[in-house]
Write a protein that binds this ligand. Sequence first.
Ligand SMILES: *Cc1c(COP(=O)(O)O)cnc(C)c1O
Length: 475
Amino acid sequence: MADRKSLQEKMLQLSRSRELFEQAKSYSFEYLDNVEKRNVFPTDPAQQDLKFFDESLPENSTDPSEMLHMLHQYGSPATVTHTGGRYFGFVIGGVLPPVMAAKWLIDTWDQNSVLYVTSPISSKLEAVSERWLVELLDLPIDTAAGFVSGSSVATMSGLITGRNELLKRSGWDVNSKGLFDAPPIRVILGAEAHSSVSKALSMIGLGKDRVELVPVDEQGRMNASKVPLLDSNSLVILQAGNVNSGSFDPIDEICDKANQANAWVHIDGAFGLWAAASKSKQYLTQGIEKADSWSVDAHKTLNTPYDGGVILCRHREAMASAMQSVGSYILYSENRDGMLYTPEMSRRNRAAEIWATLKVIGRNGVEELVDGLCERSKQFEGLMKENGFQILNEVVFNQILVTCNSAEETSATLRNLQQSGEAWCGGATWHNQNVIRVSVSSWATTEEDIEQTVSAFVIAREESRRKSLVSNFSK
Ligand SMILES: *Cc1c(COP(=O)(O)O)cnc(C)c1O
């Protein structure tokens, strides 16, 4: 037999030699060097090459260098380039290069952030990030932060905490008694809440169809005068940033009503809560400090790597009690135990990336980042209008909804744009219309990227017109 070394012997040898890490580093640099030249969405051949991964489970070892090579050869070309400046799909942020570098180091540590004793550094960076985020977003002092995978889990955690706390106030302990026979909790929700909110409601036993829906205006904002009479069994869910239009609910007004009734307010601010860090956009988040819990994604507007969601809650003990149904939790120990604030136990050191971002760019940098996304969005809106596209929403933040002259032309233009590889946007249905959704979410998007994207839109629309002429002619 050629190779009789044990797995352990081999791994020890690989860990001592730096070759594989050097190889990974050179692939990473090659990837970064080509970001601006690559198709924003993988080409058809690149997607077809993914078939090379359809192998059966290897019985024996593969040369690790070959494994890395395969990952780079077939994996890198099949990535979506959202580290570049012309990806506008969903709401997907970028990554600041210094934070990417920090992540390399953080990954090498491979920490588990469950407790102080599993990682003092994770505990410290969670505590510092918590304090910095609370200050940056101007939330109540001693607001607790849990570092989770994204806003979906953050919202779920906030709603669980709100549900348990409201029921506790009426003498019902959900942790021990469950929800059956509990006093009913009312859920008040805007008609255009994000789908992750309905998902959370269904998962936590509050039901997505028993909510009291509040009608919204043409921008998707809840109509404050249509909020039903609230009481102390009400869980009110507001939105800072409509995923299509970018609009914000009238937070201040609804929070006042909710607070008078002793209701719980959760704000889904996945990408929009960051408006609070900008003096020119703060008007959108006015009153957020009156809510009880907030969900926000660092991996969107703040441009940290995936997966970086945060649940913030002003009632620290309520949150810890909801996240720890068993055991005694010590809240005021000297050191932070991360698991008190999250559904998970084992987690990677996510807060370190938030810390690295805030450390490098500071409060002013966050403001510049947020303002930059908004300015690029206004630039995009202006250029698109000049070129005869319709913009359906008031561009208040970083989201733009585009249509062409007909539903067919809109769909065809979107398809052509996606295939061009120049830029990538997604489609959506907005008020029964096919629309193209544009989200300017990355630090890397320059004014030239916007110009290039608008030109790509014009070409994509011309192509769709040419094709429809040809098909009409041949009828
Ligand atoms: C993206 C988004 C979510 C879901 O966040 P994930 O991080 O993908 O779980 C929730 N609400 C809004 C408004 C969003 O934009």
